[in-house]
Design a protein around this ligand. Structure first.
Ligand code: ADP
Length: 579
């Protein structure tokens, strides 16, 4: 959980601003390049527009300089000629919408002017100091922008020399204003201005900027601002920020950034400038930045969601693995406990068996020993008395008792005996018949009915005939013992063959086996019989014998409950009939 969250935080705190900054920077530079390109194109248009405006009327003073009336006026002026010329100039100026149109003599004296009727008439004024006049006289034509000294109206002057008989007699001058142009530029998208060689704006669509000088420390490369020329004039309210072509203007609602584009006009005296708003660049940068930020944030969130799911999955797997391992640990511990308990139990069972065995053997042997002792003592007395018959009889009793003791030790030896190793086909039917024969007197004595259900043909099993008989004698004998005192005493012996196995069962109608005794029946020396009646070795020996045969011996109660008698089942491997 922790790692994905930390990564998400990092992505959001670091990735989002970085992506936003990078995207905004990239978009801004792209937008700025676009803006620069379009501003330059726009400026070229304005430039063409301005030049067309200036040259629109340049032909008029040139034509007038060739005019015969002008020449004759300048050669020999007369009041009539002056008056006639005044009217003519007035008409032409009105038609051109020019500020003034006038004729000067070679000394700079104004002879006739379109504004002859007005208070600021040029007639009689001397403008010989004006650069356009001097240039026209020297080179044939002169241009100049200036603030009119008489009219105080700025204008663009175009002057042409008048020649009469190869002699300079004067000049014709046209002065036009820029109202029309400024109106055409209007308060458009761009802020436009034209500066003269002193860096003073004289044409602009920003009325407040007229006659303001360019800032002295304009960082762009403009060869227009000779020191001192614009001294005393107000400076344009421009602040420079960052790049050299970035201008900040204080406007309503705070400072705004503009891109400054400049182009020198042919002749080199004038420069046209445009200021284009950088707002679209900012907008594009913002949009790109926000988009990038949103994208990165979305990506980070998606990655976070995926990581969360993954880590939840991993956690679940880890938990499953842990609980599996815990289970394994517990099982291992439980197994170890079980093994320890089992060991203890086996040990205890062995000790208990040993105790029982000792008690059993001691009892079985002590009785005959004690009897033998008394028979021997008696024999000594009888011998002294010379009763040889009685002594013989005692000695006979002693011999019988030793036989009985021998029988006991034989039984013990049978328990110790190992498999002979020679197993062969044995007839199970024959073994049953033989065992019943051996037990005949006992069964008759105890009035036991035997029902045997044996196949007609012999069933051949793997085993050894004497020991198989021993097992059957034991089982049938036990059955008879278990029915002692019961009203019905019936033993049922059945033999069937199924799946390569012979099933031989011995069922009785006796007391059955107590639930607690069932698991211990085959343990050596387990017996419920009175001391002297059984050693508790029969079933354990039988069990060992049957296992040697590769079969099994199991015990159960009939109907699954004690009280209905017991049933012992022998499973033996069937085999081929002997050749
Ligand atoms: P023993 O006959 O000397 O007691 P066994 O090993 O032959 O030794 O038998 C052990 C015990 O199994 C018997 O003491 C008896 O409690 C029980 N048992 C054996 N066969 C039967 C049977 N058919 N019905 C009830 N209990 C039986």
């Amino acid at each position: 959980m922790e790692r994905p969250r930390r990564l998400l935080l990092t992505a959001l705190l670091l990735g989002v601003p970085v992506a936003a900054a990078v995207a905004a920077g990239w978009a801004a530079s792209r937008a700025e390049a676009d803006l620069k390109e379009s501003a330059a194109a726009q400026l070229a248009l304005y430039n063409a527009n301005l030049r067309a405006e200036l040259e629109r009327h340049a032909a008029v003073p040139l034509a007038l300089a060739q005019d015969a009336e002008v020449k004759s006026l300048l050669s020999s002026p007369s009041p009539e000629r002056v008056e006639h010329m005044n009217r003519k100039l007035e008409d032409i100026a009105r038609a051109l919408d020019a500020l003034a149109l006038y004729v000067m003599d070679s000394k700079g004296q104004t002879i006739a002017a379109s504004n002859w009727k007005t208070a600021t008439s040029f007639v009689g004024e001397n403008f010989s100091y004006r650069p356009y006049f001097r240039k026209a006289l020297d080179q044939g034509e002169g241009h100049h922008f200036a603030l009119g000294t008489t009219s105080l109206v700025p204008g663009y002057y175009t002057a042409y020399r008048v020649l009469a008989e190869n002699r300079t007699v004067g000049a014709v001058v046209l002065k036009i204003g820029f109202d029309r142009l400024e109106r055409a530029w209007g308060p458009g998208q761009e802020k436009l201005l034209v500066t003269d060689r002193s860096g003073v704006a004289f044409i602009t669509n920003m009325p407040d900027w007229r006659y303001h000088a360019l800032p002295r420390r304009l960082p762009i490369d403009l060869p227009l601002v000779p020191e001192g020329t614009s001294e005393g004039l107000d400076v344009l309210p421009w602040a420079f920020g960052g790049a050299s072509d970035r201008i900040a203007l204080e406007e309503r609602g705070g400072p705004r950034s503009y891109l400054l584009t400049s182009v020198a006009m042919p002749g080199g005296d004038w420069t046209l400038h445009s200021l284009t708003s950088l707002a679209p660049v900012t907008v594009r940068a913002w949009v790109a930045g926000l988009l990038a930020a949103a994208l990165v944030a979305l990506g980070a969130l998606a990655a976070y969601a995926i990581a969360l799911r993954r880590s939840a999955l991993v956690e679940r797997l880890v938990m499953q693995e842990e609980s599996r391992m815990e289970l394994e640990r517990r099982v291992t511990a439980a197994k170890a406990d079980l093994r320890a308990a089992e060991n203890e139990l086996t040990q205890a069972a062995k000790l208990a068996a040993l105790g029982q065995m000792s008690a059993g053997i001691a009892h079985e042997i002590n009785q005959p020993l004690a009897a033998m002792r008394s028979f021997a003592d008696n024999a000594v007395v009888l011998l002294e008395r010379g009763r040889a018959d009685a002594v013989r009889s005692n000695l006979g009793e002693i011999a019988e008792l030793t036989d009985r003791m021998a029988a006991i030790t034989r039984q013990l030896k049978g328990f110790a005996r190992r498999a002979s190793g020679t197993l062969g086909p044995v007839s199970a039917n024959a073994a049953v018949t033989q065992a019943l024969l051996l037990l005949d007197s006992k069964l008759r004595r105890e009035d036991v009915t035997v029902e045997s259900d044996l196949p007609d043909t012999p069933v051949w099993v793997v085993g050894e005939d004497v020991r198989l008989q021993q097992v059957l004698v034991n089982l049938i004998g036990n059955a008879a013992d278990a029915m002692r005192g019961c009203p019905v005493r019936r033993v049922r012996i059945a033999l069937v063959v199924a799946d390569g196995e012979a099933l031989l069962s011995v069922a009785d109608s006796g007391t059955g086996i107590a639930e607690a005794a069932l698991p211990r029946l085959f343990v050596p020396f387990f017996t419920t019989k009175e001391a002297g009646e059984g050693l508790g070795l029969g079933l354990s020996i039988s069990h060992g014998i049957v296992e040697d045969f590769g079969g099994s011996l199991t015990a159960a109660n009939r109907n699954g409950l004690p009280g209905h008698g017991a049933v012992f089942t022998l499973r033996l491997k069937t085999t081929e009939q002997p050749a």
